[in-house]
Design a protein around this ligand. Structure first.
Ligand code: PGA
Length: 229
């Protein structure tokens, strides 16, 4: 039976300008041409802010870059009179995934479990796969979710990653509790240096690097290390 690829889902958060996207894509392309990785081993996804999606999508198609795009958020409402919102329909041709319920969304933008259920529904109606973020193993996960991001808040942006063994145990507990096929992705200070420890774990299907995805070379090293672990 073929094994599923290991997911590497970068999260740029609220960073980068259009000019910086162009440079990032150019440098990523150079690295890929020099040393390609096998997409059968590692599936790369890059989560970028809404205003950068069209530029990066065009560059991915033009240069045939080996990754898909994700949104970092999606509206809990459909298209309509919701000023300032970005609904799933608008982005469905550009992204395959969307983060939903990242701890920063919950903390700074007061997103509630109820909002997040609607976000999951809207994403799935448009054919976008939600990556539903939880900060511990006991948090609610909506039924339609197939990808769960486990991201302990204390490990985000601190350089203090959860050990692979602990993350694996939490991922196993999440799977057991949900009792259905889900892929659990670990996030929190994942780098090129520690990614190999997560790849080896039974219940961890991928990683969600934030800071380490911002520079093409650190991100690319992380991908290569995941691919060769
Ligand atoms: P970090 O962020 O890799 O910078 O810790 C991870 C995340 O918040 O998704």
């Amino acid at each position: 039976m073929p094994t599923a690829p290991f997911y590497v889902i970068g999260n740029w958060k609220s960073n980068k300008t259009i000019d910086e996207v162009v440079i990032w894509a150019r440098d990523f392309e150079t690295l890929y041409k020099k040393q390609p990785f096998s997409p059968a081993k590692v599936k790369v996804v890059v989560g970028v802010p809404f205003p950068l999606l069209t530029t990066l999508k065009s560059l991915v198609m033009l240069k045939r870059l080996p990754f898909e795009l994700a949104a970092q958020n999606v509206s809990s409402y459909p298209a309509g009179a919701y000023t300032g919102e970005i609904c799933a329909e608008m982005i469905k041709d550009m992204v395959s995934f969307s983060l939903v319920g990242h701890s920063e969304r919950r903390k700074y933008f007061k997103e509630t479990d109820e909002d997040l259920v609607h976000k999951v529904e809207q994403a799935r109606l448009a054919g976008i796969e939600p990556v539903y973020c939880v900060q511990d193993e006991a948090m609610a996960v909506p039924e339609q979710v197939k990808f769960v991001g486990y991201e302990p808040v204390w490990a985000i942006g601190t350089g203090k990653a959860e050990t692979a063994e602990n993350a694996n145990q939490v991922a196993g507990n999440i799977k057991k509790r949900l009792n259905r096929a889900v892929t659990v992705i670990y996030g929190g200070s994942v780098t090129a240096d520690n990614v190999n420890t997560y790849v080896k774990m039974e219940h961890i299907g991928g990683v969600l690097p934030g800071g380490a995805s911002l520079k093409p070379d650190t991100f690319y090293n992380l991908i290569l290390n995941a691919a060769t672990s």
